[in-house]
Design a protein around this ligand. Sequence first.
Ligand code: SF4
Ligand code: SF4
Length: 320
Amino acid sequence: MNDQSFDTKNAVPYGKFENPNITAKGEDRASVPLMKATTLWFNTGTLCNIECLNCYIESSPKNDALVYITTAEVEEYLDQIEERKWATTEIAFTGGEPFMNPDMIDMMRVSLERGYEVLVLTNAMLPMMRKTVKAGLLELQAQYGDKITMRISLDHFKAELHDEERGKGSYAVTIKGMQWLRDNGFTMAVAGRTLWGDSDEDSRAGYKALFEEHNFEIDAYSPGMTVLFPEMDETVEVPEITTACWGILNKSPRDIMCASSRMVVKRKGADKPAVLACTLLPYSPEFELGETLEEAEGAVKLNHKHCAKFCVLGGASCSA
Ligand code: SF4
Ligand code: SF4
């Protein structure tokens, strides 16, 4: 049965999130066009120095499902941004832990040389604190400081809760990394999690006190500088998003992350990198749009639970 054969009158049933065009109730599924590609993400590889309990991309010291992307591959996509005349202003790197990738400093450099702002999502632990990496970061900071933002994963402002997720002692190591970034003038942001059920107000007050204690110049009340991510629980029932939802929810497709970004990944065994709809669905084949930016310019059908819960209903954006 393909989607052309669907007949709403005779209601051939599809399950939820099965048909890219039609929901289980036979309504038109919502999609998001690429409106203005302001951010291009690169996944640097899934290897990580630690293994968190709830890592959305299942990173670990062993998971190399997404392999290290190289500087040459990043440059090819930077060329394509120019060829396609994308309105990109920011190149963002996520992992795994980006500083595990031996090309990380060079990939930042080539992006900065072309005038982009660079965002790096890091746990600020030992991979970032290696001598050669620190030297590279200092050099880039001296030349392009105001263009670099380091977004540190600090799951909770309390050490014991952060460590519950990331392993005993990891909070202290991350704070040390942040102190080094602070002492060397890097712009920092923080990514926290909401799985302990604190209210937004309590979370932000907790982070504010922590930032003050350490003289971290991070605005705890700015949703872009202290990003609090809703949890992605695959077991929770979520409604499907139809074209009518935008009006009902008073939301615009423009506000959804895949309206303004794409992510490049390199899968293990693949000859070339691929472009995905977003950072949130690295392993769903339906959200792999092709090898080139041109192939990735089409609209994205919101045919996944994450689209509903995390983006449309949860209101979160990884690139905030
Ligand atoms: S540090 Fe980040 S990438 Fe690494 S396992 Fe934890 S959540 Fe995943
Ligand atoms: S998870 Fe969100 S950003 Fe990703 S494709 Fe779905 S709606 Fe778009």
